[in-house]
Design a binder for this molecule. Structure first.
Ligand SMILES: Cc1cc2nc3c(=O)[nH]c(=O)nc-3n(C[C@H](O)[C@H](O)[C@H](O)COP(=O)(O)OP(=O)(O)OC[C@H]3O[C@@H](n4cnc5c(N)ncnc54)[C@H](O)[C@@H]3O)c2cc1C
Length: 596
């Protein structure tokens, strides 16, 4: 059976030493959360996920969710009790608005706790995760009446939330949405249509489920400019705010799928279901983007979470399993064989995963703090810079963390050989669970296009130029540091290649948009590698500062080795990405359709 230990000390090191947590003290919400409080919360959260949620991961996979004849859905054994404990302990509303029953802590805490939740049990984590996302969209776009009616129960997690975008004929292209909304005399809308693949769409964990639904008001223009957003509860709240009359939304079936079996993926049929407009008519997609952007980061965290838990179990296995002898001769001649860890290729797999995980966690901490700055910084310039960075990095984190996260679960499975393929070790579940993260919340190809087509040119390239400026300044400021400089060459090279790729795109993408599309996935990964390289450089600087103060913790030396490994063996991939980008679209587009 797999195990999991949340990396609390690593997270705290990143906050304290790498990102200088103290400098956020003036950001609203942070005064309630000095570092020792943050550490205590994360430690408590770690205990909760390790003891309550993680033990349900395999049960959830084996049992899955079951739909009954009446359309109700039963979640796997133990989920209901665990969810109740999660709500009662206040974990759903950790960063929620105190006005609605939240704890008012900074947003970043939710993201960091989210990593632990995802490592422990990604299927379970989606119920509270989607709820937080729906709360965020309602907060920004709903009127006061809807907020007062729904947010108190949703912020705490007593009622859960969902996002209803996908229809049988449309996933990526939401301009094709057909679900229809007809205005009613009481100000509500009667909504009719069908949505598919709705995560947490029906279940028995909460007294009510609040669906956020994209639909087209009768007579609305075609395409994305005719879509509106509606709030549609499973039960209409009565005069006291309790779940009352059943609304006309039912679960027609749930999907039998590759992974995340503990999360119910529902087909929802609306038959004149009552819904209320959220935000303005025909402006539903921008309103839904609040939830979608949050969900993209949440899905990125799923990639990291699964990569981390897969690593922990593969490393534990490699420290116990004995096969063969070291190429240099027996390391433990008194034993029948040496440990797997003596083999360079096994180490390669483990180190590739770990060197990614630690830098990805740093990138997550940075971007999670950035989100708080973007929302709450008292300084308008800092708010804008943070908002730029958040927008630029969202597709990078979503695409890169989930592509690499999935690849890492496969690598970790490989470390266990045949046992990795067998259910009881849990590795094949990690692989199956990780696969969906590359697909939903905008498939990764679409994330890459968002980066290249929208985020790069936005505001005349302000966000990307700020990123280049920040990394260049870091390199320039530290080039004469004799201890740090040896770690910076790889980053300098990757940054140069990313800048060349950006220049190439700005010339050739405009000349032929297929060039931009053909380059997009490589560009996203080149960006990710550079950002992760920057994180390693910042980690090394923090480690050296600690060591200069006499800290001789061996975990610090391990970080230096991992930084070197990343620079020597992972950053060179940047060159291959650039080479592919420069070939353009010609070969990709050469074959006529009938040749496929
Ligand atoms: C388990 C699961 C849970 C889900 N949960 C939810 C949920 O809670 N709510 C919800 O609304 N949806 C949900 N989805 C739906 C999911 O978001 C969609 O499947 C996804 O957005 C892709 O849409 P599609 O399946 O229609 O694929 P398509 O849109 O048909 O795309 C197929 C492929 O073509 C590529 N592609 C499509 N258009 C373009 C383009 N313009 N340019 C370049 N490439 C393109 C895509 O990248 C993809 O690789 C879920 C799906 C699954 C499987």
């Amino acid at each position: 059976m797999p195990t999991y230990k949340a990396p609390v000390s690593d997270t705290v090191f990143l906050l304290s030493d790498v990102f200088d947590y103290a400098k956020y003290a003036n950001t609203p919400g942070f005064s309630e959360a000095p570092l020792d409080v943050v550490e205590a919360i994360l430690t408590e959260g770690a205990k909760f996920v390790e003891e309550v949620i993680q033990p349900l991961n395999r049960i959830g996979d084996l049992e899955g969710c079951r739909r009954r004849e009446d359309g109700s859905v039963t979640t796997p054994k133990g989920f209901k009790e665990a969810y109740k404990s999660l709500v009662e302990a206040g974990w759903v509303g950790l960063a929620g608005d105190p006005k609605y029953g939240g704890q008012g802590l900074p947003l970043f805490l939710g993201a960091l706790f989210g990593e632990y939740e995802c490592s422990a049990n990604i299927a379970f984590s989606m119920y509270p995760g989607l709820t937080r996302g729906a709360v965020a969209a309602i907060m920004v776009h709903a009127n006061d009446d809807l907020k007062a009616r729904y947010l108190p129960k949703m912020t705490t997690g007593e009622w859960t939330g969902t996002m209803n975008l996908t229809e049988p004929h449309c996933g990526t292209d939401l301009g094709l949405v057909k679900t229809k909304a007809v205005p009613q005399a009481d100000g509500s809308y009667a909504i009719t249509g069908q949505k598919i693949f709705i995560s947490a769409g029906e279940h028995d964990l909460a007294d009510n489920i609040i669906h956020l639904v994209l639909a087209r008001i009768e007579g609305a223009p075609a395409g994305v400019k005719g879509i509106s957003l509606f709030l549609m509860p499973k039960f209409l709240p009565d005069a006291d705010g309790r779940p009352g009359q059943r609304n006309g939304v039912v679960c027609g079936s749930i999907e039998h799928k590759m992974g995340i079996h503990g999360n119910s993926t529902a087909v929802l049929n609306y038959d004149g279901a009552k819904g209320w407009l959220v935000g303005e008519e025909h402006r539903g997609l921008p309103a839904m983007f609040v939830m979608m952007n949050g969900a993209r980061l949440a899905v990125a965290i799923q990639g990291l979470g699964l990569s981390e838990v897969a690593y922990q179990n593969a490393a534990a296995y490699a420290k116990e399993r004995r096969q063969g002898r070291s190429l240099k001769g027996p390391v433990e001649p008194d034993k029948p064989a040496d440990l797997l860890l003596v083999h360079p290729d096994v180490r390669r797999m483990l180190l590739e995963i770990r060197a990614f995980n630690e830098a990805a966690r740093a990138l997550l901490v940075w971007i999670a703090l950035t989100e708080d700055e973007a929302r709450f910084s008292p300084d308008p310039q800092a708010r804008q810079a943070a908002d730029d960075r958040l927008g630029l990095m969202t597709p990078v984190l979503k695409g890169v963390f989930t592509d690499v996260g999935f690849a890492n679960t496969v690598k970790a499975q490989q470390v266990l050989g045949g046992h990795g393929y067998i259910g009881e070790w849990g590795m094949e579940q990690f692989v199956r669970d990780a696969r969906i993260a590359m697909i939903y919340e905008g498939a990764n190809g679409v994330q890459a296009l968002d980066l290249v087509g929208r985020k790069l040119p936005k505001d005349g390239g302000r966000a990307v130029m700020a990123f280049f400026g920040e990394v260049s300044q870091f390199l320039a400021a530290n080039k004469d540091d004799a201890l740090l400089a040896p770690y910076l060459g790889g980053l300098q090279g990757a940054l140069g290649q990313l800048q060349q790729a950006t220049l190439w795109l700005s010339k050739n993408g405009l000349a032929d948009p297929d060039n931009a599309g053909a380059a997009s996935t490589d560009y996203m990964h080149l960006f990710g590698l550079t950002a992760l390289g920057y994180m390693w450089a910042r980690i090394v600087k923090a480690v050296l500062a600690r060591q200069a103060k006499g800290d001789s913790n061996p975990a610090l030396d391990a970080k230096l080795t991992l930084a070197k490994f990343f620079s020597e063996r992972m950053l060179p991939e940047a060159g291959a990405h650039l080479a592919r980008i420069r070939t353009g679209a010609a070969t990709l587009m050469a074959l006529p359709a009938e040749a496929f």
